[in-house]
Design a protein around this ligand. Structure first.
Ligand SMILES: NC(=O)c1ccc[n+]([C@@H]2O[C@H](COP(=O)([O-])OP(=O)(O)OC[C@H]3O[C@@H](n4cnc5c(N)ncnc54)[C@H](O)[C@@H]3O)[C@@H](O)[C@H]2O)c1
Ligand SMILES: [Zn+2]
Length: 368
């Protein structure tokens, strides 16, 4: 097992990464579980796969799991589900010193974290991330949010979990496509800050996805440590450091928006394509070697993921994609910062990118 400390001033916490943590849930949580009844929020798929394990593990510690089982999928991150969840926590008489458990992927983590942030002005919550994406990214760092009619993640709060338990066994029931999508965020840490880790991904990514437990532990623990360092240095994304985690996300979100945030393109799939685009755009501006951009594209192809937007069959032009970018949360007084690459492992925040250049670039990519 690996333990990574997330050193946030005033609210430090541990992320434990290992196989079988869930079967030992009560002991892992220790005295954070103060009462017999333990509120757990999850989705229907995760409950089906892991509900019995969690129930038994809590029973062994003298606790009773009290479930709120939400529909699986992105639409659950809504005002309606937030309100209903907060009402449920109030009805369960959850107090500020109690901990609410979030058992699921990023959807459940984001919704539960936000509910915990506003319940009685903030109660504790424990992340039990069940997707690769949630283990390496969304469960760490304290960003919580819901979606509204105006867009994704536009309403939320910074609220750090009290503990994160990333049980690698849970990845065994995750569909391959979800695993691959989460893998994009793993590769991201190499591309943005560590060429050696990208080389590790090139050598081991396929075997990790195929299920090698030691490689999985290394990939998740490495990713969590990378995110923890960045988040501890720039919790609220004010220094331009945490913003580097958005590598591939501005392009990716535009693709997600164009495909209606649907199953046509999962978030991580959009991020993989977005990172390829960021690399190719960087190369087109003379910042990055063409060979490095090609290596990134080739790696996603090698692990069975789409790596060109032409393959999406989008019926739009570059202007339509840029139009989506204009609604980006990162838009700052008319400037949209882009995370670009000067090399593999050398991301930086560019604030001088003209959207007309992006538009022309995307027209070329769509026709590639
Ligand atoms: N807070 C953050 O910092 C942050 C960062 C990245 C992404 N996010 C958010 O995370 C969300 C995406 O998260 P996600 O990719 O985990 O999606 P998700 O939570 O929708 O899970 C993906 C699918 O896998 C199923 N599933 C989850 N775990 C499973 C398991 N162990 N076995 C079988 N099926 C399982 C779910 O039911 C769902 O159908 C988005 O809403 C995104 O905005 C947040
Ligand atoms: Zn992401």
């Amino acid at each position: 097992m690996a333990v990574i400390r997330v050193d946030i001033a005033g609210a430090p916490y541990d992320v434990r990464v290992g196989t079988g943590l869930l079967t030992n849930l009560a002991a892992e949580c220790g005295d954070r579980l103060r009462k017999r009844r333990v509120p757990i929020i999850t989705d229907a798929n995760v409950h089906k796969a892991w509900g019995a394990v969690v129930k038994t593990a809590l029973q062994q510690g003298g606790h009773e799991a009290v479930w709120r089982i939400l529909p699986a999928g992105e639409p659950t991150k809504s005002w309606d589900q937030l309100a209903a969840t907060v009402d449920w926590l109030l009805a369960e008489e959850v107090e500020r010193g109690d901990a609410v458990l979030a058992l699921g992927g990023g959807v459940i983590g984001d919704l539960t974290g936000f509910a915990a942030a506003i319940l009685k002005r903030g109660c504790h919550f424990i992340q039990l991330p069940t997707t690769l994406l949630a283990q390496v990214d969304s469960s760490v760092g304290g960003k919580t949010a819901i979606n509204t009619a105006a867009g994704k993640n536009l309403v939320g709060a910074f609220h750090q979990p009290a503990l994160v338990l990333a049980d690698l066994a849970m990845l065994d029931t995750l569909p391959l496509r979800e695993l691959q999508a989460g893998y994009a965020e793993v590769v991201k840490y190499g591309l943005l800050g560590d060429a050696e880790f990208f080389a590790w991904c090139q050598a081991n990514g396929a075997a990790m996805l195929a299920g090698d437990p030691a490689l999985r532990e290394y990939a998740v623990a490495y990713s969590v440590a990378a995110k923890a360092r960045i988040v501890a240095a720039d919790e609220r994304e004010t220094l331009g450091l945490r913003a580097l985690l958005n590598l591939g996300h501005t392009f990716g979100h535009a693709l997600e928006a164009q495909t209606g945030f649907s199953d046509r393109l999962l978030h991580g799939e959009g991020v993989a394509l977005g990172m390829v685009l960021a690399a190719r755009f960087s190369a087109a501006r003379g910042l990055l070697a063409e060979a490095d951009a090609a290596a990134i594209e080739d790696h996603f192809t090698a692990v069975g993921m789409a790596s060109t937007i032409a393959a999406l069959g989008l019926n739009c032009d570059g202007a339509a994609l840029v139009q989506h970018m204009l609604h980006d949360k990162k838009m700052d007084a008319g400037v949209l910062p882009f995370v670009l690459l000067k090399g593999i492992g050398e991301a930086y925040l560019a604030k001088d990118v003209a959207l007309t250049d992006v538009m022309a670039f995307l027209d070329g990519e769509l026709a590639r």
